[in-house]
Design a protein around this ligand. Structure first.
Ligand SMILES: Nc1ncnc2c1ncn2[C@@H]1O[C@H](COP(=O)(O)OP(=O)(O)OP(=O)(O)O)[C@@H](O)[C@H]1O
Length: 250
């Protein structure tokens, strides 16, 4: 579904320095995979995600989605960022219907679909609120509902739960995985947390810093819902964390 073919990205800083952010990345992601990108700070996780999304262009190599070269953001993909990407002047409902408006879906149908998503994410009673009236977790639920409203084939998520407290983060992980198990889409998810990656992903890609390269690719063959306290979860967690520790010291 997503093919990253020998992709490198060089940035040029304001001071004229050349930064090789990701180097020679080769990665194939299949339909309905839930892939987490983990790695130390500066290992190029967000850069790789932005390259897949088409927000930036590779310096070398090519990204293809569904067999087509990526030349910009695709209408069948949606994104969720760490900072809640809601429009502050629109109600929660109108944030969720936004993508459907652009697709000229009839208003009654927009509302029906948006309310079903708000219900799924426990926000049905807040549909008429403005974003500032919501907690951080609720805002991020609304942002995810907004992204899902357009039924994207691919969901790109960049540290979506990074700003949340630990308990809200656990709840959000559970909500997201419940959604994905019921309605599988391809998800590419950037996180600093190995625990979060092992809880969510079918596959964890580990990246090294300077330059960002893929150093390991782990299949997480645990059934859903996952139990953080079982031995197998612990074994995956330990294996990836140990390697991350090695990579971070290099
Ligand atoms: N627009 C840019 N201009 C210059 N350098 C950049 C730019 N974007 C990223 N970089 C550099 O590319 C490298 C990779 O950055 P990136 O944000 O992709 O890493 P990351 O693994 O997502 O980091 P973090 O976990 O801290 O968010 C870093 O050295 C960063 O400074």
């Amino acid at each position: 579904m997503i093919e990253v073919q020998r992709v490198s990205k060089v940035f040029h800083t304001e001071k004229g320095q050349r930064v090789l952010a990701v180097n020679d990345i080769q990665l194939e992601i299949d339909h309905q995979e839930f892939v987490c990108l983990v790695g130390p700070s500066g290992s190029g996780k967000s850069t790789l995600l932005r390259l897949m999304e088409g927000l930036i262009e590779p310096t070398e190599g090519q990204v293809r989605v569904l067999g087509e070269p990526v030349r910009g953001p695709r209408s069948d993909a949606a994104m969720v960022f760490q900072e809640y990407s809601l429009m502050p002047w629109r109600t929660v409902l109108d944030n969720v219907t936004f993508g459907l408006e652009l697709r000229q879906v009839k208003r009654a149908e927009q509302k029906k679909q948006a309310m079903a998503l708000l219900q799924r994410f426990g926000l049905q009673d807040f549909s008429q609120c403005l974003p500032y009236e919501l907690s951080g977790g609720m805002k991020q639920r609304a942002a995810i509902a907004r992204a899902l409203a357009v039924s994207p084939k691919i969901l790109y998520m960049d540290e979506p739960f990074g700003a949340l407290d630990a308990y809200t983060r656990y709840q959000m992980q559970q909500d997201l995985i419940d959604y994905w198990v019921a309605d599988k889409r391809t998800i590419v998810f950037v996180t600093h947390s190995v625990e979060e990656a092992v809880f969510l992903a079918t596959r964890v890609i580990l990246m090294s810093p300077h330059p960002g390269e893929i150093v390991a690719d782990y299949a997480i063959d645990l059934p859903y819902p996952r139990n953080r306290w079982c031995d197998k979860f612990g074994a995956h967690f330990k294996e990836i964390l140990q390697r991350l520790d090695e990579v971070s010291r290099q």
